[in-house]
Design a binder for this molecule. Structure first.
Ligand code: AMP
Length: 487
């Protein structure tokens, strides 16, 4: 574990320290404290970190520091070759990384830009021709530039693959391989990935030289607490329950995940009928629509943003208190990515999943990955048959009521007196939230290694449910590390 507790212990330049101070950051997050010194020394890194941990700054800050000797104010493009390349899976993530590069590099004379598909290539060509030191790109558009010979990658000294697992999931591996062939082998390479599959390990084997392996502490470790709640519900009543939860908790800003683009559009229509201001963000929306949707959501013009997994990857929305899984993700890892949109950088977060019986295997997969059981809470008026509880993975004994009187009738419209099972389209219901925070997610973070020293993890998890005093294993999937590769 790193002893670094302040940014000025990291040997970053004064300009970078000033930019950090402007952001109001008080101390480095665990991943920053661990990663920055190694990157400054020029080491390759294999980092298991996800969005929400301060990961972007952990590579952007030292990357800018290492490029500082190349600062110059010359107008000649030749004086501004691309020296660092950051690859990201989606346009949204690429844009966010570039925003970080600008934020932290504001006192430096280094140029940067971001390139991604779905928009005209011409302005990008112009920017590249003018010369930039730091390039953030999605792999597909970068290849377009390579094919059109509008880019020169020969001077790249630092390569970052961010969210590498997602890039591989999205089928970018062949693109990445083609890009790698054009880079100088004399470069520093950094890979960040939330999870470590066999494919990622193979990529790392090819790409990294004697890498330092860093397991970032989970989001929970940076003063965050996320409460995870499951509501069992009949599939055809999910949207009613969703409306009820939005009203009950007076949610002004909620990110809702669904599995398909069609499902996202359908849900937006249903929510709109109930006067919940909603919009969808998914792959069928063009870049302008996606940016507009995101901006409207950030500015509070839109109450509910309904997203598919790919579209939501990397979204960073400040103070997002609620993420609701309208449908569970098919890939358990996506649950981690989804909930990573809330509880960021120390704020409180709530992850609610609406689960129907046909999703029992998906829930089991997520719980297996998290190595913990999610708390099931019953919502009055949305009770499911006992057989559903029985069908779900080991739910017996862990469901509980959400604090409301059993007499309370379904539907939340107590203010207008209509105790109906269906929530009526209205925006007046303002019931106080009455949620139970599961202590399992407010316990301090304990590295998996420590937990493993005790008996079986299951036993620990069960006992933690009983006692608030014990620490919980972090929701972190430890990578399988090939020790031989380090030598
Ligand atoms: P990331 O994991 O890079 O997506 O960052 C998540 C959020 O944490 C972003 O909003 C960052 O601005 C913020 N952040 C990054 N580093 C720090 C820090 N040291 N202290 C507080 N917030 C931070």
């Amino acid at each position: 574990m790193s002893d670094i507790t302040a940014f000025d212990q990291l040997n970053l330049s004064d300009q970078l320290l000033r930019a950090i101070a402007d952001q109001g950051y008080i101390k480095p997050t665990p991943i920053q404290a661990q990663v920055i010194p190694h990157i400054l020394e020029g080491k390759d890194i294999m980092g298991s970190a996800e969005t929400g941990t301060g990961k972007t700054a952990s590579f952007t800050l030292p990357l800018l520091h290492r490029l500082q000797p190349y600062e110059n104010s010359s107008t000649s493009p030749a004086k501004h070759p691309i020296r660092a390349l950051i690859l990201a899976p989606t346009r949204e993530l690429a844009t966010q990384i570039h925003d970080n590069v600008k934020k932290y590099g504001k006192y430096l004379q280094l140029r940067s830009t971001v390139i991604y598909g779905g928009v005209s290539i011409d302005p990008q060509i112009k920017e590249l021709q003018a010369g930039i030191e730091v390039l953030v790109a999605t792999p597909g558009r970068l290849l377009d530039h390579i094919e059109q010979k509008t880019i020169n990658l020969s001077k790249i000294a630092i390569l970052v693959l961010d969210e590498a697992d997602r890039m591989l999931d999205m089928g970018f591996l062949p693109d990445i391989k083609r890009i790698l062939m054009l880079l100088s082998p004399q470069r520093q390479s950094l890979i960040f990935s939330a999870t470590f599959s066999e494919e990622i390990k193979q990529l790392a084997d090819k790409l990294l030289k004697q890498p330092i392996l860093i397991e970032a502490a989970k989001r929970n470790a940076i003063n965050q607490s996320i409460s995870h709640i499951v509501h069992l519900v009949e599939p055809e009543r999910k949207h009613e329950l969703l409306v009820q939860l939005i009203r009950q908790n007076d949610l002004k800003q909620v990110l809702i995940f669904v599995k398909t683009k069609q499902g996202a559009d359908r849900l937006v229509k249903q929510l709109t009928r109930y006067e919940v201001m909603a919009t969808a963000i998914h792959g069928d929306k063009n870049q302008q629509q996606r940016t507009q949707a995101l901006n409207d959501f950030k500015e509070g013009k839109i109450q509910a943003l309904v997203a598919t997994d790919v579209a939501a990857r990397g979204l960073d929305i400040e103070n997002l208190a609620y993420v609701i899984n309208f449908e569970l993700p098919t890939v358990p890892e996506d649950y981690i990515h989804r909930i990573g949109r809330t509880g960021r950088a120390g704020s409180k977060g709530n992850a609610i999943s609406l689960v129907s019986v046909n999703e029992k295997d998906l829930l089991a997969g997520i719980e297996k990955l998290l190595k913990t059981k999610l708390t099931v809470e019953k919502v009055n008026g949305f009770e499911v048959e006992k057989s559903v509880h029985a069908a779900l993975p080991q739910t017996a004994g862990r469901q509980r009521y959400n604090g409301k009187s059993p007499q309370q009738k379904p539907g939340l419209d107590r203010h207008n007196g209509s105790h109906t099972a269906k929530p009526q389209p209205t925006v007046h219901a303002r019931n106080k939230p009455s949620r139970t925070i599961d202590p399992i997610f407010t316990q301090p973070y304990v590295p998996m290694a420590l937990v493993k020293k005790q008996d079986a993890t299951d036993k620990i998890t069960q006992s933690i449910h009983k006692s608030n005093k014990k620490a919980i294993p972090a929701l972190f999937v430890p990578p399988v590390i090939d020790k031989h590769k380090q030598e």
